[in-house]
Design a protein around this ligand. Sequence first.
Ligand code: SAM
Length: 253
Amino acid sequence: METFENAFLRVLREGLAWLGWVLPEPALEAMARYAAMVREWNERMNLTAIVEPEAMAARHFVDSMTALRAFQEPGWPPDPMGWPARRLADVGTGAGFPGLVLKLAWPALQLTLIEATAKKARFLEAVTRSLGLQGVVIVARRAEEVGQDPAHREQYHGAIARAVADLPVLLEYLLPLVQVGGIAVAMKGAEIEEELAAAQGAMGRLGGRLRDRWDLAWPPHLSPRTLLIFEKIAPTPTHYPRRPGIPEKRPLR
Ligand code: SAM
């Protein structure tokens, strides 16, 4: 029978080939160790419903890797292992998706993982330590507080989130963290027209505009999904983000 690691690596390699990324063997092995830790800790705490190696590779790792291209700047080498440092915040990262996967592919990345649940933050500390990662900061606080903290506010080249909140709410978490000229990336499912229409007001108020939209699917492994890339075109007014819970309770319109 195929081991967890072999099955995971087989699908991971297929997915990376589909995306057009070539990563060195140690990066793939680090991803496999990380996946094994997710599975192990998942027996004690609720990190993910996805535990089969093929699904873990496709729906957590390859899906996270779909966002990498959003950060590639003109003139950078084709290989993300050689990309220069940039600051990225992953909001509501949970077990580290997509942030930690991007870090393994792009080692110079300065990554801040923002996760409100302390138990999940402890898992992230354990993975970071076990993989010996440098340049990863774990912030066990709510995005609304972090976005008002001068140590984080408008300090990032990029902010990203997957499966955290509806777009008008998500933009209030992401855009305050991003410096003018930087990008906020929302990883979404296929049905986003309504959310996108509802987010027009939030974009304008928070200083963002939609720059790009990528529709992706990798059948049968990944159902259709959409990446939305917003550009920060003006500073976010100081009263955003509002207090914890308010963006969700009263989404910007
Ligand atoms: N991004 C991960 C993924 O795609 O696998 C986790 C998704 S999980 C459904 C949503 C996570 O966002 C949870 O771990 C939750 O604790 C965190 N979260 C939700 N709202 C948050 C907020 N306002 N600030 C920080 N974390 C938040």
